[in-house]
Design a protein around this ligand. Sequence first.
Ligand code: SAM
Length: 268
Amino acid sequence: MKPREHQGHVARKRFGQNFLVSDGVIRKIVDAINPRNGDTVVEIGPGLGALTGPLLERIDHLHVVEIDRDLIARLKDRYPPERLTVHEGDALEFDFATLKGEGKFKIVGNLPYNISSPLLFHLVASAPLVYDMHFMLQKEVVDRMVAAPGSSHFGRLSVMLQYHYFMERLFIVPPGAFNPPPKVDSAIVRMIPKKVGPGDTAKDEALFAKLVATAFSQRRKMLRNTLRSMVSEAQLTALDIKPTARAEDLSVEDYVRIANSLSDSPNA
Ligand code: SAM
């Protein structure tokens, strides 16, 4: 077998195609997803169906979003439309809210690594409708998503996603579980949207996002310097935040508190 060929399909690098081949890993992922009949389940990037088939052994119907026309044709040949609804196109432009049915709404996928961060940000818009999400991503990205304040992995991605979701790294998947094998380890992450109340919510989410991006733009510098254009040292102290702290020292709640004080203040 040629190195980048799998089941007669030549893997396309530009679509981040690394196909799962380990039955043990596939079973573990589907067990973690635990789909039930009646759930509205959507898989991003079904590819050659490594997860699609086992998911359809447990539920009567599945939605998939796939960009590669060759793979779309194969999926349509293999599964009748009453079992598999194939949405053709770019998951980054897909409105997941249009799929909401009666049951729990679950999103899953072995994601194309080249678009993982923009896709995670795109999915935030559907978070209020979603019951849970399970994704395979580069382990390094998952570590950044779930990192706690004070850790060197804690960054903009951690804050922005932890604001919307409870997240848990479930298990690591080695390169040998794929064909072609990626260069790095992967990991499965579970994401459950938070039901946020008024106290935990940023009143102005654009301002919150700008504050977090500004704080982490120079993560080694003290906040009194990085945030100078947005918030004064006195304001930080009044909010019980040390002006000498660095971006990675603050919790998600600290960022929400600063953002809300800025949106409350007349100068903001
Ligand atoms: N689920 C399969 C598996 O586990 O073997 C394939 C996973 S492969 C890492 C990523 C899949 O996402 C490929 O099928 C690829 O064609 C598809 N894909 C890449 N970019 C996409 C996009 N922007 N929108 C939808 N699907 C995409």
